[in-house]
Design a protein around this ligand. Structure first.
Ligand code: HEC
Length: 243
């Protein structure tokens, strides 16, 4: 059998097209992985709930009000506007790739998407609801009733509402960006300026700081992103107290 090098040399000499497979870079940041397929019935329910203002106390805001999926998964505001017009204490991060976070919220106070949903539904600024009211409103909708009964053995419950929204959020993954391709070994995927910027990012210790922070927090985490920093998911969490 011809060695790879010899094959390449012959191919080059003969002017044949030859495929050199890209070797992933050994970098502190890893490419966004493709996610396993989610249960379609549950994800669709979650998509509807994500857009449903009935999750808020006065039927005024939905998740998408502050996490606009057509606008990068956030609202471009310094402070988001809650259900009663009160501003949140911090800005809304994107929900894209949030499923890969090992902690949720700027200060990492929620361990999972489900815990984050529990907090935001009841938060006195954001949605201001009580779970009993949310479960009642969802149960009264015959379309939700049927879809929940098909997707979950115990139909509409608080846990199933949380699970459906979290399942939808697990579909909001953005693999294969140019930066992902670069990390995957395609050195042409970034421009010279972009590569210089990434080098500066590492030289300034941003990647190291992110890893140190992760090291201090992952001890309590068993989420899907544990122990890994993903492209676009470098934690820029502020030490602030959150909402
Ligand atoms: C009124 C605006 C508003 C609404 C409504 C809202 N959010 Fe948020 N969301 C925020 C803000 C602000 C934060 C950051 C809060 C913090 O870190 O203390 C946040 C944080 C998050 C995070 C954490 C992301 C990260 O990188 O840490 C997720 C996930 C999220 N929201 C999902 C949802 C879902 C799901 C809903 C609906 C059930 C929802 N949000 C409703 C404003 C909102």
């Amino acid at each position: 059998m011809l060695s790879r090098k010899l094959t390449l040399t012959i191919a080059i000499l003969l002017g044949l097209p030859c495929q050199i497979s890209a070797v992933p870079l050994d970098e502190p940041i890893k490419p966004i992985p493709t996610q396993p397929t989610q249960d379609p019935g549950r994800a669709e329910l979650g998509r509807q709930l994500f857009h449903d203002v009935r999750l808020s106390a006065n039927n005024s805001v939905s998740c998408v009000s502050c996490h606009d999926l057509k606008n990068g998964g956030a609202d471009s505001r310094d402070h988001s506007v809650g259900f009663s017009g009160t501003l949140t204490g911090v800005n809304a991060p994107t929900v894209f790739n949030a499923a890969l976070n090992f902690k949720q919220f700027w200060n990492g106070r929620a361990d999972s998407l489900e815990a984050q949903i529990d907090a935001v539904i009841q938060n006195s600024v954001e949605m201001g609801s009580a779970w009993a009211d949310v479960v009642a409103k969802v149960s009264q909708d015959s379309k939700y009733q049927a879809a929940f009964a098909a997707a979950y053995p115990d139909a509409v419950t608080q846990a199933n509402i949380q699970n459906a929204i979290a399942t939808f959020e697990r579909t909001l993954i953005t693999p294969n960006s140019r930066f992902d391709q670069y990390l995957g070994g395609d050195s042409n995927a970034l421009s010279a300026d972009e590569k210089a910027g990434y080098l500066k990012f590492k030289q300034y210790g941003c990647a190291l700081a992110a890893m140190e922070m992760e090291g201090s927090l992952t001890a309590h985490s068993d989420g899907p992103g544990k122990g890994t920093i993903f492209a676009l998911e470098v934690p820029l969490k502020s030490p602030g107290g959150g909402l």
